[in-house]
Design a protein around this ligand. Structure first.
Ligand code: FES
Length: 108
């Protein structure tokens, strides 16, 4: 099964972290004690969202290339030019262990 585990204590609040789940780049963001994980590749072009800015209050991340803002909760772009969502990954937190896995694998 493709999954990645991280330590919650090593994730900095509001800072994007890039990991690979299976073969897919994923951006992981901790906001307080919640952790979000979405596809790291912008749906507009081949740009890594993990180099963009996180907006903690809105739970969003901004693509550094053209400025589309993606929801860390739904993966949907809230602003143009991107119009397609990026995938959302399942996150579980148990004590200090954060597990990231694709939703396909969770439901299959
Ligand atoms: S590459 Fe992300 S908005 Fe254009």
């Amino acid at each position: 099964m493709a999954e990645v585990t991280l330590k919650l204590s090593e994730l900095t609040h509001g800072a994007p972290h890039r990991v690979i789940v299976g073969e897919t780049p994923v951006v992981v963001v901790r906001i307080d004690d919640d952790v979000y994980a979405i596809g790291d590749t912008c749906s507009h072009a081949n740009v890594s969202l993990s180099t963009g800015e996180v907006f903690c209050t809105e739970k969003e991340i901004e693509c550094p290339q053209h400025g589309s803002v993606f929801s860390l909760v739904t993966g949907d772009p809230d602003t143009l030019p991107a119009t397609q969502p990026v995938p959302v990954f399942d996150v579980t937190v148990e004590d200090d262990t954060v597990t990231i896995r694709s939703q396909d694998e969770v439901t299959s």
